[in-house]
Design a protein around this ligand. Sequence first.
Ligand code: GSH
Length: 345
Amino acid sequence: MWVAALNVCMNMLVDGEWRTDAYESTDDDGSFERQTTPFRDEIRDDPDARFQPAAGRYHLYVSAACPWAHRTLVTRALKGLEDAISVSVVDPYRGEDGWQFTPEKEGCTRDHVHDADYLRELYVKADPDATCRVTVPVLWDTEEGTIVNNESEEIMRMLDTEFDDYARRDVDLYPEGYRDEVDRIIDEIYEPINNGVYRAGFATKQGPYDEAVDDLFAALDHWDEVLEEQRYLAGDRLTEADIAMFTTLVRFDNVYHTHFMCNVQYIREYDNLWPYLRDLYQTPGVGETVNMDHIKEHYYTTHPDVNPHRIVARGPDLDFEKPHDRDELPGGPPSDLVAAASADD
Ligand SMILES: N[C@@H](CCC(=O)N[C@@H](CS)C(=O)NCC(=O)O)C(=O)O
């Protein structure tokens, strides 16, 4: 797998060395190819597990711009894991040297664990011979001094299911009775929607672009219909599937529509997806995780092939706080979340 990837993608670590001599993430047919993530250990609430849940042991590295990293931030906020799992935030601009720590910049932090200048330094600490892309999110173990996992779907699941003893709130985003459906939906929306916007934006030929846009809008139309009858993707419960959908939808009108040429329709023109997006945004704790400045700066300035002059497009100015009326549908956010929100008022 890596041998094939090396021919086309060089802004990455190769045997622990940072290589910037080329950057290409499409194959010969002009289709975007996303590489698989290499660190796939798991934290398990089990006395025999190598990585066990604990407060203060694990650290999350994120970009507030990145939809994959954003999933882990939303999960952490909904569960109330802020005190148990600390976070470092990289600069939204990713240049030749990859993700960088620039604590002086608004919304960014230093690397709280290592005081590194670049995220890639952690990858090399975890594996001195690493050959991989240096991506966010990263879940770091301060005890063993290594990366546990850098795949958002798996980090989201671990934070959700393994840290209940350390969570401030009783919030279950992978509830019994819904699990198969949640897994199915996360899987089903990945290729056309979450990755679909990238397939459209990074395509270098008309055919793959057209295919990505067709898949994307067919899937959005489908979910818009489903959401006519039910409040959330898996029915009446807020689940991980909604988080996976949310982090793509919230970026859509400001970035994917224009920068990635996903311009058949805005999300705000959908009858149900737009109120659904506002419902999720207004769920206690979620809106605070959205940093639209980082999102816009990242996309419009980081992909010179797509936007060579790095001009950040101005609009649209969306009102995510506008009432959504979705509380007329059965279900709602977890009661512990609602109670916490009214206690804060
Ligand atoms: N499959 C990974 C994808 C993560 C990913 O691609 N993150 C992007 C930011 S949105 C990144 O860090 N890209 C850097 C690169 O590819 O060099 C996940 O879901 O965690």
